[in-house]
Design a protein. Structure first.
Length: 133
């Protein structure tokens, strides 16, 4: 159990690849769209991410994003983003679309393909892509 005051901790923590241009851009977009005030963003390449993920942490590039709930449950990949959708503009539309038969499996496959090839397609984040804390 976390020893910190529960009121000072965000509801969720999203761990993203801080070296991936797509991931850094998506993080900025989520922040800009609003509705994710209860989410704390942590780059995977940080000591805090390694501590929070424990045995799920592997040195190098992560395969997926991680969402850690306040109770410690961890979601990976597309499932890390689905709980955030209701809080952002247009998010409920995307959740409804995922209820259409075959859309959810297709969305998981697309996420896997993009995650696997994100550096080749979008490149590595430069220091100018990463907002200062």
């Amino acid at each position: 159990m976390d020893q910190q005051d529960g009121m000072s901790q965000p509801e969720r923590t999203l761990i993203y690849d801080g070296n991936c241009r797509l991931c850094v851009t998506a993080k900025a977009g989520l922040e800009r769209l609003g509705g994710v005030q209860t989410v704390r963003f942590i780059p995977y390449q940080s000591e805090e991410a390694a501590c929070r993920l424990g045995a799920d942490y592997r040195p190098g590039r992560p395969d997926v994003a991680f969402l850690i709930e306040r109770d410690g449950r961890t979601s990976r990949g597309l499932d890390a983003f689905l709980p955030l959708l209701p809080g952002i503009s247009g998010g409920r539309f995307w959740l409804a679309l995922l209820q259409v038969p075959l859309m959810r499996p297709l969305a998981y496959r697309v996420y896997q393909l993009i995650a696997r090839h994100r550096y080749r397609i979008f490149g590595q984040a430069s220091s100018t892509d990463i907002p200062s804390a």
